[in-house]
Design a protein around this ligand. Structure first.
Ligand code: GLU
Length: 302
């Protein structure tokens, strides 16, 4: 029999401690917190500190400070991804055993140079939903022993998902339930098209699990039922659905919310000090003032 606890809806806010929280993060955090409260559910906070080169303890401390100042309360202990590398490593080994991972050796610069040559000759190179060129696929069929010898000799590499092989292992129609909306108003049952991302990186020597891997494993491990996050991650959900399907993980309901515009109409960034939560606090804005600002942008808070 299911325990009453397992029926509770579970929400999470999952920032990466690589900068200060801005108004867009405040929106995500408040929505998750308030929805959990409205449904009598749970609100978790997760530190997505999987990338050691970009994560800093002072940003983690600032996140706790800003969220507490906003009046939010979350369950303890906070899950920190850097403490679960072995857990992600097991899943990556499973994917390797399924034959859907391969080591890629081309640097970003090498790919860029190829794209330039191709486009200068009048060709078009396929790009992912974020506009980045897709990774060439020829290394999928490289001799594996030779590739492993290169890795052992210290050559730069990343483990990439062979999108075609992965796609062939999961149901052809891959969908998710969208309770918010995508950038083009996509809502309801959305068809996932992970192939638009090409052969994504799932592991690098310096960051042993990518965001995509860690996020789907953690959401499943923590029993997350509802993922509420910014629309900038809408298209990434296709990769998440693919990984969930490959790894036999449940799919949460996704709610992508609109992005808070920056002062110049551009996307808010963590490096922009002026729109940080801490900057508003220092200017004398109250937590209620932050909610009023968000409501002023048209976001419906509960
Ligand atoms: N860690 C991601 C970020 O800060 C968010 C991940 C998610 O909500 O799925 O952009």
């Amino acid at each position: 029999m299911q325990s009453p606890l397992s029926k509770k809806r579970v929400f999470r806010f999952a920032p990466s401690p690589n900068g200060l929280l801005h108004l867009g993060h405040a929106l995500s955090a408040i929505l998750n917190h308030d929805l959990a409260a409205a449904f009598g559910g749970r609100f978790l906070l997760r530190m997505e500190d999987i990338d050691p080169a970009r994560s800093r303890p002072e940003f983690e401390a600032a996140i706790y400070r800003d969220l507490a100042w906003l009046g939010l309360d979350w369950e303890r202990p906070v899950r920190r991804q850097s403490e679960h590398l072995a857990f992600y490593g097991e899943a990556l080994e499973r994917l390797k055993a399924m034959g859907v991972l391969y080591p890629g050796f081309l640097s970003r610069g090498e790919v860029k140079a190829r794209v330039q040559v191709h486009e200068a000759a009048g060709g078009t190179w396929p790009r992912d939903p974020d506009g980045a060129p897709l990774y060439p696929t020829e290394e999928r069929t490289f001799d594996r022993d030779r590739a492993l010898a290169w890795i052992a000799a210290g050559r730069q590499h990343a483990w990439r998902l062979d999108m075609d092989k992965a796609r062939a292992l999961v149901p052809q129609v891959l969908e998710w339930s969208e309770a918010g909306a995508g950038p083009q108003g996509e809502t309801g049952i959305v068809t996932a098209r992970p192939e638009r991302w090409g052969d994504v990186i799932l592991s690098r020597p310096d960051a042993p699990a990518s965001y995509h891997v860690a996020v789907v494993l953690d959401d499943a491990e923590q029993g997350v039922t509802d993922v509420v996050r910014g629309q900038d991650l809408f298209h990434a959900t296709a990769v998440h659905r693919l990984l969930q399907s490959l790894l036999g993980l449940p799919a949460p309901v996704y709610t992508h919310h609109g992005l808070v515009p920056g002062p110049d109409g551009r996307k808010l960034s963590k490096s922009n000090q002026d729109t940080g939560i801490a900057a508003y606090r220092q200017k004398g804005v109250s937590p209620a003032g932050i909610r009023a600002l968000l409501a002023g942008y048209g976001f419906v808070l509960h």
